[in-house]
Write a protein that binds this ligand. Structure first.
Ligand code: R7I
Ligand code: MG
Ligand code: MG
Length: 442
């Protein structure tokens, strides 16, 4: 069962950054080979981790970018400096372009690296015909932002959003980063003795329901863009007009399917996933467990609130003794490269792995989080990395076996950087308190 021992805050900072690296390194070989999806195969791989050469499980873009965020925050004493962060992303990419970066974000790096760059947010706005990327790149690297004192919560959300917007201007992209940062932050400050999975999800729903109401134009644009990919292709605005695809207000899954039929297209598994994803619009829910009223329509809230409610239903189902199949998790939460098909999934991996799992009987809850995430297949490095960062923030570094740290490139470095970030965050709060006290004394 879940540990009731509360790790120190320092240990949790370490657990978070190291956990993120480990998820990336252990998940990466599966993303490349596409051999996730089988718990047996994942188990076999996990058995070998303690005996691989030190550092031989290599990190990818997820860790490379998280390291840039951590370094920038440390360099500026915890302050967010967009131009510094942007330049770090660009120079890290130019040093090691082969770290498995997203297909389109590399155009942003080229512009960010330009000496004449004036505004760190400008290049990202040009992505995908002006609607911005909804890839999970903003979320996959954001964990260090969540590592701060509770007093800094509002500022933390702003930094999560802005740091994501350097590369991901689509609302789905930056809202995914907000959700991931909040998941880390709440895990960091949670008390395992009183922790309740459903309350944790409710808190996240509360946060996301106000976030998704902000920037309504951006959210609609993001949602529209998400719908357009249902054909499995990246479609530009002129390829699919509103008339053809229908706005979220005008039609649902059946109209889309009929249009697909009319166009003579056959749906692949990925395309089918996208269709299911469209049900977040709340009009035609295939899943009668979550009513429209509960999930909210597009007018009131968006995809993240809906997915968190689905996630909560899965947890309740498990609590009632009903098995939740991996296929259902993939179908309803997703395992893809887009933020809205991966961030809620990572959160589910963390929460689900709190309980023992038949598939991974010999591993602790931190390890189960990583292994379960990989077994879901798809974007394995990123989902395992995000889930690992949340789990590490909750369980602390003690939950991460030393041989796993040794096996993963960059994990030792993350341990040191977590210490530096911890000292800054604790001292910043202490000095603020000191300043407040001396103000009062005056
Ligand atoms: O989001 P990003 O940094 O990629 C991160 C992912 C992680 O899984 C890493 O491990 C790495 O493998 O890549 O990079 P982007 O290029 O912004 O987005 C990734 C992909 O998402 C794009 O190449 C597109 O395939 C898809 N995508 C979109 N497709 C259609 N319309 C992102 N936004 C859109 C969109 O608006
Ligand atoms: Mg990667
Ligand atoms: Mg990935």
């Amino acid at each position: 069962m879940m540990s009731a021992v509360r790790a120190s805050l320092r240990s949790r900072f370490q657990g978070c950054l190291v956990g993120g690296v480990i998820g990336d390194c252990v998940g990466a070989p599966f993303e490349v080979t596409g051999s996730g999806g089988s718990p047996r195969y994942v188990r076999k791989f996990a058995e070998k981790i303690p005996s691989v050469p030190p550092g031989s499980l290599q990190f990818t873009d997820d860790t490379a970018m998280a390291r840039s965020i951590t370094a920038s925050l440390i360099q500026h004493n915890g302050e967010y400096k967009p131009m510094d962060m942007a330049k770090r992303f660009a120079s890290e990419y130019s040093k090691e372009p082969g770290r498995g970066y997203g297909g389109n974000v590399i155009d942003v790096f080229a512009a960010l690296g330009d000496d004449k760059l004036k505004d760190a947010y400008e290049p990202a706005k040009k992505q995908f015909g002006g609607s911005g990327s909804y890839g999970n790149g903003g979320a996959m690297r954001v964990a260090p932002v969540g590592l701060c004192m509770e007093e800094r919560f509002i500022q933390m959300i702003e930094i999560a959003k802005s740091s994501a917007q350097i590369t991901h201007s689509n609302a789905l992209g930056y809202n995914g980063a907000i959700l991931q940062a909040c998941a880390v932050h709440l895990a960091l400050h949670a008390d395992p003795k009183t922790f309740c999975r459903c309350t944790y999800v409710d808190k996240l729903i509360g946060i996301m329901s106000s976030q998704e109401k902000k920037d309504p134009d951006d959210n609609l644009k993001g949602a529209k863009r998400a719908r357009m990919t249902f054909m499995g292709k990246e479609m530009s605005d002129d390829e699919v007009s509103d008339d053809e695809s229908g706005g979220p207000e005008t039609q649902g899954v059946y109209c889309h399917k009929l249009r697909v039929l009319k166009n003579g297209m056959v749906l692949t598994r990925g395309e089918r996933d996208d269709l299911y994803g469209m049900t977040f619009m709340g009009k035609e829910m295939s899943d009668d467990e979550v009513s429209d009223e509960e999930s909210g329509g597009p007018e009131t809230q968006g995809v993240y609130c809906h997915k968190l409610r689905v996630l909560k239903k899965f947890l309740e189902k498990a609590d009632n003794g009903t098995d939740v199949r991996m296929d259902d998790v993939v179908e309803h939460l997703g395992n893809r490269i887009s933020a809205h098909y991966s961030v809620p999934t990572a959160i589910y991996c963390f929460l689900n792995a709190m309980h023992p799992m038949n598939d991974f009987p010999d591993y602790n809850a931190f390890q189960r989080t990583i292994l379960y995430a990989i077994a879901l297949d798809g974007d394995t490095d990123t989902i395992a990395s995000m889930a690992g960062a949340i789990a590490g923030a909750y369980y602390g570094i003690e939950a991460i076996p030393k041989p796993w740290i040794t096996a993963c490139e960059g994990a030792e470095d993350a341990l040191k950087k977590a210490d530096d970030l911890y000292s800054i965050m604790v001292n910043t709060e202490t000095s603020k308190e000191g300043a407040a006290t001396s103000d009062e004394e005056k």
